[in-house]
Design a protein around this ligand. Structure first.
Ligand code: 28G
Length: 644
């Protein structure tokens, strides 16, 4: 009876177990990030992590990784060996629990199951689920025990296979080709991570042997200096400044901290950070604490020894970090990972711990080694000067580009006249119309600027964005008077700014956009009456024997026809062409109808028009959805081409 109950319970658990690992096979990405090469290599890290945890627990000094032919991976450690005794709750060996029970929460899906170093990670079951086969051997100093699995299912329970006095664990696995896009291991990727692991765990010896090809040799990663050696490694080939690598460690509030740093003559900063041996490229609270503490240590030192005088402002963090190479490695009991890629430490208690260690120990170091302090402070001061100079140069360059640039836009066909009051600029949408306009114009006083590229939504953009917009910045540069608060009408290069676009919906759209832009960012242009809209004809009347007649709207057409009828020319004898766009006219016609000051019609834009355009624009492009929908419903046929 009792036994029956235990069996029942065991069976229940067994079902749960199988379901659990099935979930891993269904959504591998949740557990190892991806099924690409990256995910494949992750399997190795999961197994190595468990061996490293045994090292952190103080029982393992060596981990050997081998890549065997067929991309089978073998990992051994010399720890205590995974226990093979019956797990009190599960009724199966601890070894089998480790390999077949999925621990709650996926590493990459929420939860974050990795609790800490020293408590053995829980990735073995994930590796098992995603491997064609797994073979595990555990030696506990008395005997050698083995178990095997296939795609998460137990093939052989742990059983004794030999006597033996050694201890340790061996895990051999073959990643499942049904799961992974590739099962080919990349030695360089493994070297990177295993070397990093060895640096982060001083004294731990990790070897890698790629046995897929004959004649290969074992690589050994073993650093008594730990992260000090890591900084040496980073700075190999660089000119270092001051001293050997500086190293601090400390612990408070259950946060263990190790820091190593050294300055080089380089101008960049190179800070690598880790939490429980996991890289945190997005940084986080440990890196914040490091930076803050470093900055404070230097400023305190500078004040105390009067290197920074009372009138001087504090040294900036970025100047103090110029040329630094540093490793920040912390161990935290329950790390909280945040950020885009979940590689940013969020635990707020960590900042203060790291900050204090830096302020105290870095401060002490600077005081005790004044010659080193001196050269670093000097570098910091020159970084500060360089940054000031760079900022001034940038400001100068910035001022020059949009507002008073010496280089006019490449597409601008400028006029020869320099007296702005006599100059006109035609802003033309479309390259083909632009081409005709360039040919047809009077180049002495007429400039042509064809527009191209994607229009910016002026509604949502601030000045800096407008300067860089490919459609608007040529206009700003060509007009030469700047925008916004910097707008200076004295510098305007043309006193007639003529918008020339088709008489259709698209043309109306671009006119609205440009009017809005002028209204918002160059309002004096509109207020002073410098902005015009060209009126290309909508119709052409032609008949053999009389000159072509252009009409600018329907009413105009009716009037012109009546005039002809009064001269005895019947309506039926006339051919009437309707223009769809500027592109339908050749350069002579364009000149004759739209650009020749003697014959053209220009409509001067009134402030009123611009305000209307602005309102329409706000409705079309703005944030407010309701009026936009109303507007679109009321004007459905006009706005079909607008990207609202
Ligand atoms: C070779 C490749 C990967 C491992 C050990 C050693 C122990 C262990 C591993 O225990 C169960 C869960 C937490 C204590 C622990 C041995 C205590 C005493 C171990 C590895 C019980 C797992 N004796 N070595 N797991 N723990 N190496 N290498 O996986 O509470 S996993």
């Amino acid at each position: 009876m009792k036994r029956g109950r235990i069996m029942a319970k065991y069976d229940e658990n067994q079902i749960q177990v199988l379901e659990g690992l099935e979930a891993v096979r269904k959504r591998p990405g949740m557990y190892i990030g991806s099924i690409s090469s990256r995910g494949l290599h992750h399997l190795v890290y999961e197994i190595v992590d468990n061996a490293v945890d045994e090292a952190l627990a103080g029982f393992c000094t060596e981990i050997n990784v081998e890549i065997l032919p067929d991309n089978i991976v073998s990992v051994t450690d010399n720890g205590r060996g995974i226990p093979i005794g019956k797990h009190p709750k599960m009724g199966i060996s601890t070894l089998e629990v480790v390999f077949t029970i999925l621990h709650a929460g996926g590493k990459f899906g929420g939860g974050g199951y990795k609790v800490s170093g020293g408590l053995h990670g829980v990735g073995a079951s994930v590796v098992n689920a995603l491997s064609e086969s797994v073979y595990v051997e555990a030696c506990d100093g008395d005997g050698v025990y083995a178990a095997s699995f296939a795609r998460g299912k137990t093939i052989e329970h742990a059983h004794k296979i030999a006597e033996g006095k050694k201890s340790g664990t061996k895990v051999v696995f073959k990643p499942d080709a049904q799961i992974f896009e590739t099962t080919e291991f990349d030695t360089d990727i493994l070297v990177q991570r295993l070397r990093e692991m060895a640096f982060l765990n001083k004294g731990l010896k990790i070897t890698l042997w790629d046995k897929r090809q004959e004649g290969s040799e074992q690589m050994v990663f073993h650093y008594e200096g730990g992260i000090k050696s890591f900084v040496d490694f980073l700075n190999k080939g660089k000119d270092t400044i001051g001293s050997d690598v500086i190293y601090f460690e400390g612990e408070d509030n259950n946060v263990q901290v190790e820091i190593a740093l050294q300055y080089t003559t380089s101008y960049s900063e190179n800070i690598l950070s880790f939490v429980n041996n996991i890289p945190t490229p997005e940084g986080g609270t440990h890196v914040d604490g490091f930076k803050r503490g470093l900055t404070k240590a230097f400023n305190d030192y500078g004040r105390r020894f009067n290197i920074l005088k009372e009138k001087d402002s504090n040294l900036a963090g970025e100047d103090i970090r110029e040329g630094i190479s540093a490793i920040v490695s912390v161990r935290v009991l329950e790390p909280q990972f945040e950020g885009q890629t979940k590689t940013k430490l969020g635990n707020s208690e960590v900042t203060g711990v790291v900050n204090n260690i830096m302020v105290n120990k870095m401060g002490q170091f600077l005081e005790e080694t004044p010659n080193v302090a001196k050269v670093i402070v000097e570098k910091t001061l020159s970084a500060q000067r360089a940054r000031e100079a760079a900022r001034k140069a940038r400001d100068l360059a910035r001022r020059k580009t949009p507002l008073e640039s010496s280089t006019l836009p490449g597409k601008l066909a400028d006029c020869s006249e320099k007296d702005a009051s006599k100059c006109e600029i035609y802003i033309v949408e479309g390259d083909s119309a632009g081409g005709s306009a360039k040919q047809g114009r009077d180049r002495r006083f007429q400039a042509i600027l064809p527009l191209w590229g994607k229009m910016l939504n002026v509604e949502k953009a601030r000045a800096d964005k407008i300067y860089n917009n490919e459609k608007l910045s040529p206009i700003i540069i060509a007009l030469g008077a700047g925008i916004g608060n910097d707008f200076n009408i004295e510098k305007l290069r043309y006193h007639k700014i003529i918008l020339m676009a088709d008489a259709d919906v698209d043309g109306a759209h671009i006119r609205t956009l440009l009017l809005t832009f002028f209204f918002r960012h160059m309002r004096p242009l509109v207020e002073n009456g410098y902005v015009y809209i060209a009126q290309p004809p909508l119709f052409k009347i032609f008949k053999k024997g009389i000159e072509d007649i252009y009409c600018y709207n329907e009413a105009d057409l009716d009037v012109k026809i009546k005039e002809l009828e009064e001269k005895g020319i019947s309506r039926d004898s006339l051919s009437i062409q309707r223009y769809k766009g500027l592109g339908e006219m050749d350069s002579d016609q364009l000149w004759e109808t739209t650009m020749n000051p003697e014959t053209r019609i220009l409509v001067q834009v009134q402030l009123d028009d611009a305000i209307k355009a602005d309102q329409m624009f706000s409705i079309l492009m703005g944030e407010n959805v309701e009026p936009r929908r109303e507007f679109i419903e009321q004007n459905a046929k006009y706005v079909t081409n607008l990207d609202v």
